[in-house]
Every structure is written in C-alpha cells, then in structure tokens.
Design a protein. Structure first.
Length: 94
C-alpha cells in the first residue's frame, strides 16, 4: 500500500506544481510538475494492473479448488476455494 500512497502523493504534488507554474508563468515548474504527475500516474496504473492480475489468478485458483473439493467431497478444500475466489474479487476491484 505504501507505493499506492506514494504514487497518489506524487501525482497530487505534480499537479499542484503544474498549476502553480502555469499560474505564475514558470514554465520549468509547470513542466516539472506535469512530468512528476505523469510518472506517478503511470506507476499507479502499473500497480493496479498487477493487483488485478493477481486477483484473476486467485479467482482461477479458487475455482479449481471449489471444483475439486466439490467433486471429492473435501469441504475444507471447497471452502479454501471460496476464500481464494473472494480474495481475487477484492483484488480485481481495487
């Protein structure tokens, strides 16, 4: 979660620098702010994609455990499958 907070901070600060730079006519500050915001937004998008991919993996793992647990009567495995699927759903919706 630390990376997400850092990305949000850097995006916000970059946006503020860009706005201030544009307001006072300081092109270097505006450009620096725009670059900081763009980099932070790109990192945030990568973090989100990675979390989403992990969620899909957990959904697949959960579906397999539910199927095997249901077919073999292993209620514990079936329950772990439901837990994995729920974790995957949460990760995909972050």
């Amino acid at each position: 979660m630390t990376d997400r907070l850092s990305n949000t901070y850097n995006s916000t600060m970059g946006s503020a620098k860009q706005t201030v730079g544009n307001t006072v006519g300081n092109e270097q500050l505006a450009s620096s702010g725009a670059q900081q915001k763009t980099q932070a937004d790109a990192k945030q998008a990568a973090e989100t994609a990675q979390t989403h991919a992990s969620g899909v993996g957990n959904n697949i793992k959960g579906a397999a455990k539910k199927a095997v647990g249901g077919a073999t009567g292993d209620h514990s495995m079936e329950a772990r499958g439901h837990a994995d699927s729920a974790q995957g759903d949460i990760q995909r919706n972050v």
